[in-house]
Write a protein that binds this ligand. Structure first.
Ligand code: FNR
Length: 385
């Protein structure tokens, strides 16, 4: 019998066994030297928690809100591209798991399952993440499609005007369509469970794009379209344009600088996410947890500040909250769960994080997640603004 899964690392190892290398590496890597990618995780470690005793720990609650929406804990599923390649119908399964658990699911523009697929196969409202493409008509239609299925928030990602170079993807021939090299085919032959899943679903291409973007009717036209569509000229005027077109809750993702955070406040968005795209864009940028305090200070309560990057446990979540984040997003942890065990794996990931968060909160002498502040940390052990 295999040993029980007790932490996110267990899910990661299982996913590594079950997901074809090309797609596993796509998830489990960062740009260039991967310095920022690694720092996102390791910079949580020096932050120390104050253990309290003889404090009543009964009746604990992790419930809170993110952009006014009730959540079972301050954790949402981050938008990730190609999620339906970690596991067949990956986005549908992750959205279902998130809904059952009571946390938001964010669908990426670059997902395999489309906006309409998620709406048809799940009951709950979900969030949609949009990239600014040169083809503004396409972006407009994406926003309208998200509106049509009642997405309850829109997340605009600002840190992908150009693509950070990722060595592993190039080496593995990750493209649309993927390169059928001998190494890839041999590796695929060792993943029968994954292959069977893929054969059982019609959803195997970028569902939000193919058949919707001008001139993209199949996989081969997709590669050149994506290569040229991310808009390097994205500006704050575009943020205003998206806000107007959308009209609902707007979250800005990818802010790493206090000056940009002040501009985000001026834009009138509802929340910002301190994020370096999980270390996949500017290698050499600080870790997200390191950048967080200065941004919280710059925003001064004018909008919700969330963070993502490197969260691998409930302890990491509570440290982010203590440093001023009102919410967090998780990317790779849920992808590992999905690759390891499909929907059950995403549920397992959320259960693990919730349990760690709950127990850690109790040890820190708190029973309500909304009361967590900097005073649960050992002075001198955390980054300052
Ligand atoms: C991402 N991320 C991302 N972000 C986004 O806004 N749109 C996207 O399509 C993607 N795609 C994507 C794919 C993969 C495989 C990963 C790992 C990440 C970034 C993501 O939303 C989030 O910022 C990071 O994943 C957070 O870091 P952790 O939790 O993965 O360490």
């Amino acid at each position: 019998m295999s040993s029980p899964i007790t932490c996110i690392e267990d899910l990661r190892r299982l996913a590594q066994k079950r997901v074809p290398r090309m797609f596993y590496d796509y998830a489990d890597s960062g740009s260039w030297t991967e310095t920022t990618y690694r720092a996102n995780e390791s910079d949580f470690q020096p932050i120390k928690l104050r253990q309290r005793v003889a404090v009543n720990m009964e009746g604990r609650s992790l419930r809170t809100t993110m952009v006014g929406q009730d959540v079972a804990m301050p954790v949402a599923i981050a938008p990730t591209g190609l999620t339906g390649m970690q596991h067949a119908d990956g986005e549908i399964l992750a959205a279902r798991a998130a809904h059952r658990f009571g946390v938001p699911f964010t669908l990426s523009t670059m997902s395999i399952c489309s906006i309409e697929d998620i709406a048809a196969h799940t009951q709950a409202p979900f969030w949609f993440q949009v990239y600014m493409m040169r083809d503004r008509d396409f972006v407009e239609r994406l926003i309208d499609r998200a509106k049509a299925v009642n997405c309850s928030a829109l997340m605009l990602t600002l840190d992908l005007q150009i693509l950070g170079q990722r060595h592993k993807d190039i080496k593995n021939g990750l493209s649309a369509p993927p390169k059928p090299t001998l190494a890839n085919l041999v590796n695929l032959a060792t993943k029968p469970r994954w292959c069977l899943g893929m054969l059982g679903t019609p959803r195997r291409t970028f569902g939000n794009i193919v058949g919707h973007a001008k001139g993209v009717g199949d996989m081969s036209s997709l590669a050149s379209w994506t290569a040229e569509q991310f808009d390097p000229a994205l500006s704050w005027a575009d943020v205003e344009w998206v806000k107007k077109r959308w009209g609902g809750k707007l979250i800005l993702k990818g802010i790493m600088d206090a000056e940009d955070a002040r501009l985000a406040v001026d834009s009138g968005a509802d929340a910002l996410v301190v994020s370096n795209h999980g270390g996949r864009q500017l290698d050499g940028a600080p870790s997200s947890i390191h950048a967080l305090p200065a941004i919280v200070e710059a925003v001064g309560g004018a909008m919700e500040v969330w963070m993502d990057g490197g969260i691998r446990s409930g302890q990491d979540v509570i440290k982010a909250l203590a440093l001023g984040a009102r919410g967090t997003l998780i990317g790779r942890p849920f992808l590992y769960g999905l690759g390891a065990m499909g929907e059950a794996g995403v549920t397992k990931c959320l259960e693990l994080i919730a349990r760690e968060l709950d127990i850690t909160m109790a040890f820190c002498g708190r029973t309500d997640i909304n009361t967590v502040g900097r005073d649960i940390l050992v002075p001198g052990s955390f980054p300052l603004a």
